[in-house]
Structures are given as structure tokens and as C-alpha cells.
Design a protein around this ligand. Structure first.
Ligand code: ADP
Ligand code: MG
Length: 282
């Protein structure tokens, strides 16, 4: 099957009652919704695909991505329940995550190293689970880290970035918004890159933000920010423990070949404290 199965517009509205807008992303709108039959809260992510509905090859790729994503099942990954597609739109029916974005919380003040470690371990557990299955996030950033009711982290958009790229490649997305602050240097160098290694870099930027309270690479001038990322120019605040400083230096290594891997993280003295491999629900 090379084309996505299309369902009529009313397939969505017969099953879900659409509520308020939760957020706007670069290429999608996310709404709260309720499954009418079960009462379950969900999030509906709507992507406009009107301009690419004729591209059978692209639709086949999207379909493949979706089948991978819907098989991901992990306590720290936002679950994809189902996908509905009409001629003009794709609707992703996602697990509703109640607690908002992790970065709203860190904006109120940096975390202790213990709390930073807790979130970072949950993030790495999710990332590790996906990498083993050949799925790379490639767009790990604050907006994609959500908190649930019990204060645990949930990564959203796993597997979606490849899809987003396709949408971009097809010329649908003219405005590429968002900050480059989380982008790995090898992407800036346009050398071609390894999905696993760029995810590790972005995780490093996230960990820095959680524990320092500000971005490691920042500049009001975008070109200067790029330069800092490219050179790996950052400084850890003096209050940080030597173990954390060392760990961050291994994550934010500009050379992807020598950058720490997830396997190596699991042996790192700062990281491994209290870490246990989280079993998936498979
Ligand atoms: P994009 O990928 O286009 O950037 P996102 O998936 O990041 O869009 O969604 C944009 C915003 O919508 C998020 O920052 C978040 O606030 C909200 N959101 C996304 N997914 C969910 C969800 N599953 N539950 C609750 N809110 C969500
Ligand atoms: Mg997103």
C-alpha cells in the first residue's frame, strides 16, 4: 500500500469532541479532545498536508513512520494512539499530558542536581529505548518535553521529525521557526550526521539548562550563537559539582566521534546514581 488510508472528516468528529487549543508548533496545532465513547482525554495534533496529498512516495514514507511511532510504548514517551487522515489533514491522536512543559518549570529557577538527574535519566531512558529501535528524535528541545500529573517527564514527537523533514522538503513549510540553541555542531557544518549522536548533544543542552538555569550557547545575534555552538564554547557555572561539569563536557563534545554514547552514560559517576533501566510496556 503506497497511499495512506483516507477517512472522511467526520471520522474524527464522530469519535472525538475537540476542545481548547493546547499549543501551536512549527507545523501543527494541538488541541485537547475527549473520546466520546470512553471519556478519555487525548491531545489531537493537526498537520496540514493539503499541498502534498498527491505525492504517493511521501505518503508511503509518512505511513511507515507512523507505523513505527504507534509501536513505541514507554512510560516516558507520549503515546500515539491512532492517526486519522483526510485529504487535507493528518490528525495524530496522542496521549494527553497534563502538566505542561518542563521548561515552564525550570524558567522559575534552576533545579538541584538531584532533580536535574531525575529528569535527565527519564529523558535518556526514553531516548535509549527509541535508539535501540532505530528511531531518532532529531528535534529534542524544551517544547517537546512535557510533564505528567505525577511530575514525570514525557517526550513528545518521537519519530515525528523525519516526517516533519519530509513536509519541509516538499516545500510546505516556508517558515522554519524555533531556536537553533539545541542543534548539534555537525548539523551546522552540513556534513551529514548520525541521528543518535545529535540526540545526545541536544540532551546535553537540556541537562545544562535544567541544572544551570540558562542556555550553554546563547547570543542575541544568531550568527554568534552558531559560532559558539560550532566551537563548543560554553562554561559551566562555578557552583556545579565537578562530576556534573565533567559529564556535561562529555555530552557537549563537538566531535561526534568522541562524544559520549548512551551506553557510556550508564557507567558515568554523575549519571548512574540511582539509574535503573525502565522496562517498556511491550
Ligand atoms: P510542533 O512539533 O509543531 O512543535 P508540538 O507537538 O511540540 O508541535 O506541540 C506544540 C505544543 O502543544 C507543545 O509545546 C505543548 O505545549 C502542546 N502539546 C503537544 N503535545 C501535547 C500532549 N500530548 N499533551 C498536552 N499538550 C501537548
Ligand atoms: Mg514538537
Amino acid at each position: 500500500a503506497s497511499a495512506m488510508v483516507l477517512s472522511p472528516e467526520n471520522a474524527l468528529f464522530n469519535k472525538y469532541e475537540i476542545g481548547k487549543l493546547l499549543g501551536c508548533g512549527a507545523f501543527a496545532k494541538v488541541y485537547h479532545a475527549r473520546n466520546i465513547a470512553t471519556g478519555q482525554s487525548v491531545a489531537v495534533k493537526v498537520i496540514n498536508k493539503s499541498r502534498l496529498s498527491n505525492n504517493a512516495n511521501l505518503m508511503a514514507n509518512i505511513k511507515r513512520e507512523i507505523s513505527i511511532m504507534s509501536r513505541l510504548s514507554h512510560p516516558h514517551i507520549v503515546r500515539l494512539f491512532e492517526v486519522l487522515a483526510t485529504k487535507r489533514k493528518i490528525y495524530f491522536i496522542l496521549e494527553f499530558v497534563k502538566g505542561g512543559e518542563l521548561f515552564t518549570k525550570v524558567a522559575k529557577g534552576r533545579f538541584s542536581e538531584d532533580l536535574g538527574r531525575k529528569y535527565f535519566q527519564q529523558l535518556i531512558s526514553a531516548v535509549s529505548y527509541c535508539h535501540i529501535r532505530g528511531v531518532y528524535h532529531r528535534d529534542l528541545k524544551p517544547e517537546n518535553l512535557l510533564l505528567d500529573e505525577s511530575g514525570d517527564l514525557k517526550v513528545s514527537d518521537f519519530g515525528l521529525s523525519a516526517l516533519t523533514d519530509q513536509v519541509r522538503a516538499d516545500g510546505l513549510l516556508h517558515t522554519l521557526c524555533g531556536t537553533p540553541a539545541y542543534v548539534a555542531p555537525e548539523i551546522l557544518a552540513k556534513k551529514g550526521y548520525d541521528g543518535a549522536k545529535i540526540d545526545v548533544w541536544s540532551c546535553g543542552v537540556v541537562l545544562f539548562v535544567l541544572t544551570a538555569g540558562y542556555l550553554p550557547f546563547n547570543d542575541p545575534n544568531l550568527m554568534n550563537m552558531y559560532k559558539k555552538i560550532y566551537k563548543g564554547e560554553f562554561r559551566c557555572p562555578k557552583w556545579m559539582s565537578p562530576d556534573l561539569k565533567r559529564f556535561l563536557t562529555r555530552l557537549l563534545d563537538t566531535n561526534p566521534e568522541t562524544r559520549i554514547t548512551i551506553d557510556e552514560m550508564k557507567r558515568d559517576p554523575w549519571f548512574r546514581k540511582g539509574y535503573r533501566e525502565i522496562k517498556s510496556r511491550e
